[in-house]
Ligand binder design. Sequence first.
Ligand code: CIZ
Length: 330
Amino acid sequence: MNAETTSLTSNEVYEDPLDIMDEIDKLKKEKEITILAHYYVDGEVQDIADHVGDSLKLARIATELETSRILFSGVHFMGESAKILSPDKQILMPDLNAGCSLAESCPPEKLDAFQKDLRKKGHDFVTVAYINTSAAVKSLCDWIVTSGNAQSIIERIPKDKEILFVPDKHLGRYLMEVCNREMILWEGACMVHEIFSLQDLLRAKKNNPGSIVVAHPECPQNILEVSDFIGGTEKIRLYANSIKEPTTFLVATEPAMIYPMQKSAPQHTYIPVPGIMATTGETCACNRCPHMALNTLAKIRDCLKNEAPEIVWKPYFADAQEVLKKSLLN
Ligand code: CIZ
């Protein structure tokens, strides 16, 4: 935990993060609320969680929990998926504004129109959506994949069917390569993974002989081409764990991911790959996901206290339930 982190509540009063952590611990025990946290939230938030993981692992854990209330520290589509899979549970989220650039790139009306147009043109396809989509989009799809199960699900789709993959064009391109299969790709990209600086990565590789580059498949092709290992967050973490010799890892994903890696494999050195700003071309530490960063300790404490905000069931969630269950739970 970074004890020096400044935690500010909405009225800008400084509070010691260690005090907030104590309050959170007390509240979650008193109210029997389980805290789930994604690998991309701040380390101090991962520290107060009962379970930390990627969206696949957390969605599965949410269905198995005995507590009827969950606080999900992550982004909106993750809380929504947990609610859809566990409709009887209360799913609290510290900030409902924690969205996702990928989910925003694929509005349901646009996808619906695109699918209709493809059918009109005679395409016989199934739609595969990355989990980073809204429930309304999921309800229009045949399969939902995460970075952890995408390849195995795509390999189950009969070869005579075309695949429309939404919304991440980089992940889609990567899956086309590893599954050796053409797909129709949506034009979306993740704001965090799209901006890694290839030049800085190559320089870091040169300056760190023997280092290993690990990259998320949401990165563009030029970054993946110079990477030694490509995988979702859980696969990256397990890969670092599998290497016993102290090694330097150059990490091309959301930098908060370094925290759980450091925790489970502390023998290594981890260096975040820098980003590059499209406007000025300057190198930056701008790969922090602004949506994940909304999950502050103060908001988590307030959410436990107020038992709000929460993901409220919407009628169209029912349409996404079957597809989520068959994709994530089987
Ligand atoms: O599936 C997830 O949790 C996401 C969005 C990324 C990853 O690789 O864990």
